[in-house]
Write a protein that binds this ligand. Structure first.
Ligand SMILES: O=C(O)CCC(=O)C(=O)O
Ligand SMILES: [Fe+2]
Length: 297
């Protein structure tokens, strides 16, 4: 990988491609029933999203990216669920923009994967023709006795408070997932019941990036869990409440998330955003020091 000595080089090196069009044709066409299910429930689960060959190809590179802590100097690699200091092993390492960093390190070309082609086509079917790719990230849950749940949250709570989104996340399992190792769990219909709910940082600690919705016990009475085979995927709306449990298995739990959005609009009034405004994370500090400005996906 090319070493970035001048932080401002980051912007020259890490440009998003001009087009987000996939190279391959999608191999999946949703039924009307699946589309209706997503609209009603705010999530959808698909078992055979990509084949074993592609899973092992992506997984192999994924492990190299995480081992190298790609993007750490730009604040794009951090521990989602701790204070993210250099002296501790991350509980839930998260890598923003694996497509950008992976291209540099292992020649990964997201746009020519079947994963991207299928995610793109399905997202268009679920959100509308004007859907565009917003970015990607990846969360690894290593197998450790101190593994933590990802708290209940809505993705939009992390984003720009002056905008409102019709957006979804495609969460791809790079090994089988179950409740035991941290599969996705959703509150059906929560995307229609609520706008962005008040959130707080994990343990009310402003040094932690991860967010939790306020009063999760009251909001999470009707949980749907989505176990998947390797290469399966879930789709969730940006206001659907979701979480994953800790990884209690003996293997790492690897997930790759692609984010798509359609017709993002300015809100009449910016929404409440105190939970992001009061954060003081190491990740933000590294981003500032390196001159990184590309928004988080
Ligand atoms: O993988 C996880 O633990 C959480 C993933 C998540 O919240 C997301 O992809 O939106
Ligand atoms: Fe999320």
């Amino acid at each position: 990988m090319e070493t970035i000595t001048n932080p401002h080089q980051a912007h020259a090196l890490f440009v998003l491609p001009e087009t987000d069009k996939p190279i391959k044709e999608s191999t999946i066409k949703l039924t009307q029933e699946q589309i209706d299910f997503f609209k009603t429930n705010g999530f959808l689960s698909i078992d055979n999203f990509i084949d074993d060959n592609e899973v092992s190809n992506i997984r192999n590179q994924y492990d190299q990216w995480f081992a190298a802590k790609l993007g750490r100097e730009h604040g794009n690699f951090f521990d989602l669920l701790s204070e993210d200091t250099d002296d501790k092993e991350a509980v839930a390492p998260q890598l923003l923009w694996p497509s950008i960093y992976g291209k540099q390190m292992t020649g990964f070309d997201l746009y020519s994967t079947q994963m991207y082609a299928n995610a793109y086509a399905i997202s268009k079917a679920l959100l509308g023709e004007d859907t565009i790719f917003k970015g990607d990230h990846a969360i690894l849950k290593p197998s450790t006795s101190n593994s933590l749940p990802t708290p209940w949250h809505q993705d939009e709570a992390y984003w720009n408070p002056t905008l409102t989104y019709e957006s979804l996340g495609v969460w791809v399992a790079l090994q089988p997932v179950s409740i035991e190792n941290g599969c996705m769990q959703f509150i059906p219909g929560s995307h229609r019941m609520y706008d962005v709910l008040p959130h707080h940082t994990q343990n009310n600690n402003p040094r932690i990036h991860g967010l939790e919705v306020d009063n999760p016990n009251e909001l999470t009475k009707n949980i749907m869990s989505c176990p998947l085979p390797s290469g399966g995927a879930t789709f969730h709306h940006c206001r659907t409440l979701h979480h994953t449990g800790p990884n209690c298995s003996n293997e790492p739990r690897r997930a790759y998330t692609l984010q798509f959005e359609c017709n993002t609009k300015t809100r009449e009034q910016p929404r409440l955003n105190t939970w992001n405004e009061t954060k003081i994370t190491e990740r933000e500090k590294r981003a500032k020091e390196s001159g990184w400005t590309l928004r988080a996906p």
